[in-house]
Design a binder for this molecule. Structure first.
Ligand SMILES: Nc1nc2c(ncn2[C@@H]2O[C@H](COP(=O)(O)OP(=O)(O)OP(=O)(O)O)[C@@H](O)[C@H]2O)c(=O)[nH]1
Ligand SMILES: [Mg+2]
Length: 384
């Protein structure tokens, strides 16, 4: 009735308007995975494709990549279509990097790749005809965290800081099936603390919505971050039900079970609930930030100044290499010291458990002796 009510001025319909604009054009939507080597990034991509595009007539095999070590940045494309909503999905797989000297810097090309996409888009925008722009700007970057140790490592912090200032960064705990629920909860808490402590900028999901159910569902998704995932290309039969998971002697770790990991929540965030938010925040925040920085630092038409490459100075480089080596060694020493200590604790715990067991057995034995004595005593007194 009243034209001044907030819902009457169109602001509340903004998401719908965006929906319409994007569905008409057909949006480009690009996801990226990165992190240390061997954490299951390629497996995750296969799992995501297999569980998202299963309705398409394309066989799963087409998307299933070999589980060899990824050695270069690889893009896999697919088209998602839902009602009138068309999405050109690209998923970027990147080679894992590590703590050791030989591949410690291999995250630099990944950060450069992200900048290059912003650069390409900016150049296309400056052309007189702007039709048919190629857009591979990264809308979400999933950062895989190794599920061991205390929390994030110095290298994670360094890389995440750089990524977070360029893209929507989403932290992911890899191989959730290797942690007990209790350890996983603690690990998540530690990661959250370090992210806050080091001021790493991670994607902040929009939570509030007009209806309560959506707000509650969004809150549920937000609370799960950093998302613990299990990746698998295997289908396992549990009592006649086919589930995707990893089989162990104690049971099956299921990919699409909310009690086992956050895969479904993360997939919902990426493909359903927050896709538009990821696209628009990339456009309005990250791309705009890149564009403004470049405009401030160079003249129109000048090539881009690489932001990650360091100025080469052989002396400095040598010194840096030395420092890095000694740092890596220290970390390694500390890690092995920690492992030994952990091992000792486990042995001590096992010893105490055994002690406890034998004490229990002893008590049981004494109790049965007492019972016997009691029985004898009673029958003796009755005979008398
Ligand atoms: N336990 C467990 N193992 C996993 C999981 N996901 C992947 N793996 C295994 O981890 C190994 C490495 O997986 P990849 O997917 O190749 O790892 P990546 O991160 O792509 O490795 P790089 O390409 O070297 O960076 C494989 O043996 C996978 O089967 C998981 O969720 N849990
Ligand atoms: Mg890989």
């Amino acid at each position: 009735m009243s034209s001044t009510s907030p819902s009457g001025v169109g602001i509340a319909h903004l998401p719908n308007q965006k929906h319409k604009i994007i569905s008409k054009k057909g949006a480009h939507y690009t996801l990226m995975v990165c992190g240390e080597s061997g954490l299951g990034k390629t497996t995750f991509i296969n799992t995501l494709f297999a569980t998202t595009i299963k309705d398409s007539r394309l066989p799963e095999k087409r998307f299933a990549k070999q589980l060899d070590k990824t050695v270069e940045i690889e893009v896999t494309k697919a088209e998602l279509e839902e009602k009138l909503f068309k999405i050109k999905l690209s998923i970027i797989d990147t080679p894992g990097f590590g703590d050791y000297v030989n591949n410690r810097d291999s995250w630099i090309p990944i950060v450069d790749f992200i900048d290059d996409q912003h650069e390409n888009y900016m150049r296309q925008e400056q052309q007189p005809t702007r039709h048919g722009k190629i857009d591979m700007r990264v809308h979400a970057c999933l950062y895989f965290i190794r599920p061991t140790g205390h929390s994030l490592k110095p290298l994670d912090i360094e890389v995440m800081k750089r990524l977070g200032s360029r893209v929507n960064l989403i932290p992911v705990i890899a191989k959730a099936d290797t942690l007990t629920p209790k350890d996983l909860a603690k690990f998540k808490e530690n990661v959250r603390e370090v992210i806050q402590q080091y001021n790493i900028s991670v994607y902040a999901c929009a939570v509030d919505s007009d209806d309560e159910d959506t707000t509650a569902r969004n809150q549920n998704i937000v609370d799960a971050s950093p998302y613990a995932v299990i990746g698998s290309t295997e289908i396992i039969n549990i009592d006649g039900k086919q589930v995707r998971g990893r089989e162990y002697s104690w049971g099956v770790a299921e990919v699409e079970n909310d009690d086992h990991c956050d895969f479904k929540k993360l997939r919902n965030l990426l493909i359903r609930t927050h896709m538009l938010d990821l696209i628009s925040s990339t456009e309005e925040m990250h791309y705009e930030h890149y564009r403004q920085q470049q405009m401030a630092n160079r003249k129109f038409g000048e090539p881009k100044v690489p932001r990650t490459k360091k100025v080469e100075n052989p002396k400095l480089r040598e010194k840096e290499e030395e420092l890095r080596k000694s740092f890596t060694e220290k970390v390694r020493d500390e890690e092995s010291r920690f492992r030994q200590w952990e091992q000792q604790l486990i042995q001590e715990r096992n010893r105490l458990n055994k002690d406890l067991e034998s004490q229990h057995a002893h008590i049981k034995h004494l109790e049965s002796e007492l019972d016997n004595l009691y029985q004898h005593g009673r029958s003796g007194s009755m005979r008398r």
